[in-house]
Design a protein around this ligand. Sequence first.
Ligand code: FSX
Ligand code: F3S
Length: 327
Amino acid sequence: MESVKKLKNGLQQRDLSRREFLKFCTVVAGAMGLGPAFGPKIVEALTTGQRPPVLWLHFAECTGCTEAVLRTTSPWFDDLLFNSISLDYHETLMAAAGARVENILYHSADTYKGEFFCVVEGAIPTADGGIYGMVGGRTMLSMAQEICPKAKAIIAIGNCGSYGGLPAAAPNPTGAKGVKGALGSQLSVPVINIPGCPPNPVNFVGTLANYLLFNKLPSLDQFGRPLFAYGDRVHEKCPYSEDEGEDRCLEDYGCKGKRCYNNCPTVRFNDHTSWPVMAGHPCIGCSEPEFWDTMTPFYSEHDEDDDEYDDDEHNDDEHDGKEDDDD
Ligand code: FSX
Ligand code: F3S
């Protein structure tokens, strides 16, 4: 088959081990709730055909999200990223800088209006007209206001881009917010949140693969997170729970796995090597809105009376790409 030949050549050219790459795509397929047989289909979707344009914006953050996406499964993950999407703007990765590059950003947003994915990494300071976050003499707020509404969809990567994260922790003097909170209800472009501090790259790739395979965005929960990745609480798949006959549960040490929705125990990090609880550290709830305020102190047991929402509410509010304001 011509497409298989093309794929094989492409992988060889890029020195990718087909076995390794297939393994990764099978993990992505599993995370998306698809069977292992979808692994080769995901390989194909990610390496052949259209490469959607992506403009990646950096706002108030630590850049750990980019690090997580690009380095976790190095050397081939970054290669995959560059060959699956047309990454037209990314401040951390671009060699060039300055006014010419900024012009490319605004020019690309106009050229690919309605077609590009806008990835937003980091919170957007909104207090006092947004003056606490500037890039090239322009507020992050005004950049987001100009570029985001022109996108086909916005992918907020990390807790900061999704809900404000650390920059929005109380007392939040800069008025930092996630992209949907900062741009408000007039934003008609769908926002997909991939929270985590940092998020798992598999969940980001799964969102892209969903689009490339099925030509649609994944179903989201009421906090704008893809249900394929954030449909279950960490606790539900944790191998250390009492239900599993284990006595290594870290709840006494502050584990927030019962209040946090993410697929860490099944997908894990660093090539499926480990995840926080497996490494002996309690879950800190980093994929929940306002986790710096609601999950702290991280090493103390939680009072269940403080819970703001329950499991039924989480799973019943499934919808596609449109959620209520999160702030
Ligand atoms: Fe936030 Fe991303 Fe935490 Fe850092 O850039 S989600 S502070 S790991 O990295 O935005
Ligand atoms: Fe696991 Fe116990 Fe946390 S079961 S997710 S270690 S609360």
